[in-house]
Design a protein. Sequence first.
Lengths: 195, 195, 195, 195
Amino acid sequence: MSVRTPDPDPDWTPGPEGAPPPGTNQGWLSDVELAEVRRRLPILYIEAVPVRVDGLGQVVEVGVLLRARSTGEMTRMLVSGRVLYGETLRDALFRHLEKDLGPMAFPQLPPSPVPFMVAEYFPMPGITAFTDDRQHAVSMAYVVPVTGTCDPRQDALELTWMTPREAASDAVAAEMEGGRGALLRMALASVGQLR
Amino acid sequence: MSVRTPDPDPDWTPGPEGAPPPGTNQGWLSDVELAEVRRRLPILYIEAVPVRVDGLGQVVEVGVLLRARSTGEMTRMLVSGRVLYGETLRDALFRHLEKDLGPMAFPQLPPSPVPFMVAEYFPMPGITAFTDDRQHAVSMAYVVPVTGTCDPRQDALELTWMTPREAASDAVAAEMEGGRGALLRMALASVGQLR
Amino acid sequence: MSVRTPDPDPDWTPGPEGAPPPGTNQGWLSDVELAEVRRRLPILYIEAVPVRVDGLGQVVEVGVLLRARSTGEMTRMLVSGRVLYGETLRDALFRHLEKDLGPMAFPQLPPSPVPFMVAEYFPMPGITAFTDDRQHAVSMAYVVPVTGTCDPRQDALELTWMTPREAASDAVAAEMEGGRGALLRMALASVGQLR
Amino acid sequence: MSVRTPDPDPDWTPGPEGAPPPGTNQGWLSDVELAEVRRRLPILYIEAVPVRVDGLGQVVEVGVLLRARSTGEMTRMLVSGRVLYGETLRDALFRHLEKDLGPMAFPQLPPSPVPFMVAEYFPMPGITAFTDDRQHAVSMAYVVPVTGTCDPRQDALELTWMTPREAASDAVAAEMEGGRGALLRMALASVGQLR
């Protein structure tokens, strides 16, 4: 994989044909280049909170990813990844949902491209609620109903379904990195499910 | 029908059992009462713009209802109706979608209860973009993807699917009552599909 | 006051001239009529969360009203009130902000009429996060920056300014009625100030 | 200017002290570097539609910039510019508003960081409504009330105030580049002022 995807970003999984997404070649960055550019420009991300809805569209469950870090520590995550050169936000959203939830999740992407929140991540804490020690990232965050079966494809990932109340708890927030517990609460608030 | 549904509002269709929706009995109004209350209070409505989306959630078609008025004139409409006492906005939205599009439309109600626009209808023109000579109505308007087959159930109704460009045209706006052409354009704008 | 305001709703304060707002006469309801209509129709409300913003528009403080109930108990409230017949949402929002914060608060009403949340209050708990034992109320809720001096005009009202963190605390939520603690958190989430 | 601002992007004007904004040094790009990065990554922008509001917050006028191009052709523009490394969206929004409207415009930045629209600009037409032959840009667009005096500071810029109806006209859209006429209409729709 290192030959074909010099971009060390864990955001991308090759398609069946092993090729980068069409039209994105120009934007391919080597590890060194990406590390360099991350100190020079804000990097655009999407994030998604997968949810289950009832027959009236109301959110009844929230999906949170669990990942084992190389240190052995477990952290909770949202679906997340970089927007590549030449890629629309919808393409990026779909690609990362498929990467993190598998091909049978059947996500229903929202008709509007307006996110419920724009999360600004800075290397230095205190500027916003969100931090990322690798970079200055600006992330468009969406709530996305999924109707199929979620089967996290990457190593050491598991998807846990929670009630809105659990998802908004301090316990869950404490297990999320970079302030994403706050983002998850904002997601719940945006759909009227924060108590 | 007059015995069972004294409410002359065309918003409601009896279910198979011919009974009012559960929990709404108290709110049942006779014709005279409704006419009276319409001169005293703003009346709460929902409106829905049915859409078809592609695999990435992008709106590709917009559904507009066509109705023959008693004068023989044809007018275009959105899905629309009153919110009853004891009824949630979601319940009202689902009920009116089913009433106007039939039971096989399979609407995907939005996870968020926040409308793309709040349309304020007044009997006198000039206050807002919207008028309704019967009443002061305040309408929560939503864009709703439908995935099934639409089969308008009420007499003289037909659903026409249009491209976003057609739906935003002056020709369509001219056929809509009460300023709803503007509301339709705002719906398209909210999903990034207004040119 | 009973002579001038037959409407027992605490939402309205007579202007200097003691007259109802222009154009709303038709909608005037006696105590009995209002009590009656409250059991028949959802009643439209506005709610506002007054905030102080810094030079970049960021929310730094949140205003919460404190009221002594006739029982001696203190409860916290948001700016809130009914929308009258013939009154726009903006007019209602401005009128209730002036009523609760005084004439020198100089609120900056939002350019968009779309609320950050639509709160649905029902007499029976469990349907939504919000309850109101008097009625089924549907409330359009807004965050409103105020730039002047707030001087609550009604008896037994005081405005307390809090940090976003305090305003989102369980202690404050416990002092708010009808689930408005959740609404306050949603307000903070909508402006990116919920942790 | 070439010495102080190696970034050829017209987005930035040196402050009184001629120094780059604090904390953004790392992100400084030479002309060559910026040209390079623009072919590799989506570039983050903000855009703003300046408006005048009445006492109730309703948009009554819309400001559109007029610029003479080097070809002598006149084009209409929105306030627009790049988000620099280390800079918040609010900082970028304020900086570009000041750059394009002068220091006495007194913009009221919105309490919420959520834009009314995310506009995606691609070099190749047909992907979205928006094009930019220099780059793949993703722009967070905001409606911003201004209360002071606007005095465009850059050469050949003038600000024209229009009614919402004029601003939404085909004539104005035809004078805007990259599809920004559509963005302007979406701005008007978001504040309920599109007919």
